[in-house]
Design a protein around this ligand. Sequence first.
Ligand code: MN
Length: 204
Amino acid sequence: MEKLNVSSLPELPFAYDALEPIMDARTVEIHYDKHHRTYFNNYLNAAKGTPYENVPLEEVFPVISKAGNAIKNHGGGFYNHWFFWNSLGKGKTEPSPALMAAIEEAFESFAKFREIFSNAAKSQFGSGWAWLIVGKDNKLAVTSTLNQENPLMDIAQVRGLPLLTIDVWEHAYYLKYQNRRADFVEAFWDIIDWEAVSKRFEKV
Ligand code: MN
C-alpha cells in the first residue's frame, strides 16, 4: 500500500472541479485547502519534538494510544483526507475481478456490499468515516470510525488495512447537500476510483 509522506501536504490528485456535479468545486477547494491543510499544519505542530516527528503515520497509528490526542486527531485528519482524495475519480467505476471476487465472498454480492457500506456511512452518528478494510482474518469488512480515527489505529473497534473510505463530516457535503447526508452517500458511488482501490487490494 502506498505510504503518506508526512513532511509535506500532498497535492490534490485532481482539479477542484473534477468531481462535479457530485462534489462541487467550492466544497473540494475548502475541504482540501482549508480543512485538510489545517490538519496537516496542526499535525506538524503536534508531532514536533516528539518521538513521532517524521515517523510515517502508518507506523504511528498502531501505537496511537501512546502518542496522545493531538497526534491522533490531526495526524488522523491529515492521513484520512489524503486517503480519501486518492480514492476518488471519475470513470473508473469497476472493481478488478480479484477485488470483486473478494467482495462477493465477504458480502454475497456487490449490491449487498454497497448497502452495508452506505448504511455505515449514513448511520455514523456525528462526524466520522466509513471504511472498506481488509481485516485481520484477511477478509473484507466494513467499519466506521469517529472523528479522525481510522482502522489502522490501535484504538479502533475493528482494525484492518483500509481500501476505501468516505468522509461523512458535514464539511464534506454541506454546501451542496445541506443536511441530506444520505444523498451524498448515494452519489459518492459514482466518483469512487475503483482502479486505485483495486490496486490497494492487490498489494495487501
Ligand atoms: Mn473532511
